[in-house]
Design a binder for this molecule. Structure first.
Ligand code: CAA
Length: 293
């Protein structure tokens, strides 16, 4: 059954080569997923060789873990590893059919990245953004081909979370949206088409809950107490464990976008901000044995 609002799948274009801008943890996870599920060449890029090398090392370690767990044959891991390359030069994206960005969650940075990528790719190359909360419309606004821009929003951890939000901006081409749906299907994900609005659907709902937990934290409830109180409620992950996984700065950026769009229904936590300003990105997480990390 065609998902609500999805264009005719006959319009989807083949994606034979993918570029990923950003070599952080999230970007690395989906670079690996692209190579592993689609068996296409994937190139990751970042600001310097150190970041690229760290990204490739994370991907490699993930493949080793899958082999150690008996989920992947070592020859298949080698084949996937060979598909993923790193570069610091976006000109290496010249042959890409799709480039997805996962850089710092700041509109001006993402616009700059798209402008640089547009200068080297073909006019048909799709530019996708993994933004959690920013306007896809604004990201496309100054490009020569705004119709090629689409939101393709994964959730953490990418390998196991089944959903992708596909974000259509007013000028996005039907063929681009159809290709995004085909890509999600190839990755084994469920895709939903969402409007280009602050934080789309999932984070808008999730952050109402997270926002209340953060309000309780700001009013004096320790993170550990909030997690212990909410653990029996059947959430897949307790709130502060989730915050540690997503990264507090990312979560805070999403909250800022929601606050800008919806006012005090979403309040940015002053205490979490103070912790982030001191370089603390996650508070604590309890492992399966009840120990704390
Ligand atoms: N990477 C890869 N695989 C992972 C993983 C990771 N980080 N974490 C868990 N898994 C795998 C496990 O290996 C396991 O696979 P097998 O069954 O094949 O062994 C499977 O996932 C289930 O894991 P567990 O049994 O250890 O743990 P669980 O039952 O608690 O499930 C979870 C783990 C799926 C992550 C679950 O805790 C969950 O759904 N958490 C909520 C995650 C969530 O809400 N994500 C959205 C965050 S918001 C976001 O990302 C968007 C944004 O824009 C900021």
């Amino acid at each position: 059954k065609r998902p609500a609002g999805a264009p005719d799948q006959a319009l989807a274009r083949p994606v034979g080569r993918i570029g990923v801008v950003g070599a952080g943890l999230m970007a690395g996870q989906f670079a690996l997923l692209f190579a592993q599920a689609l068996r296409v060449p994937v190139t990751i890029t970042d600001l310097d060789q150190g970041r690229v090398d760290r990204g490739l090392a994370h991907i490699s370690a993930d493949l080793d873990k899958q082999v150690a767990k008996g989920r992947l044959r070592s020859e298949d891991a080698e084949a996937v590893r060979a598909l993923i390359t790193g570069t610091t030069d976006k000109a290496d994206f010249a042959d890409a059919d799709l480039v997805i960005e996962a850089v710092f969650e700041e509109l001006s940075v993402k616009k700059q990245v798209f402008a640089e990528v547009e200068a080297v790719v073909s006019p048909e190359c799709i530019l996708a953004t993994n933004t959690s909360s920013l306007s896809v419309t604004e990201m496309a606004a100054d490009l020569q081909h705004p119709e090629r821009v689409v939101g393709f929003h994964f959730f953490n951890p990418v390998a196991v979370m089944p959903l992708v939000e596909i974000v259509r901006a007013p000028r996005t081409d039907d063929a681009v949206v159809a290709t995004a749906f085909a890509l999600a299907r190839g990755l084994g994900k469920t895709a939903v088409l969402v409007r280009d609005s602050a934080a789309f659907v999932v984070n808008r709902v999730l952050l109402r809950l997270m926002g209340e937990v953060q309000n309780a934290f700001d009013e004096g409830t320790p993170a550990e107490v909030a997690d212990d109180a909410l653990r029996p409620m059947g959430l897949p992950m307790t709130p502060f464990t989730l915050l540690a996984m997503v990264g507090m700065p990312v979560a805070q950026h999403v909250m800022e976008s929601l606050h800008a769009a919806f006012g005090d229904r979403f309040r940015v936590s002053a205490n979490l901000q103070r912790l982030i300003d001191h370089g603390i990105t996650g508070l604590w997480a309890r492992d399966d044995d009840g120990g704390r990390t």
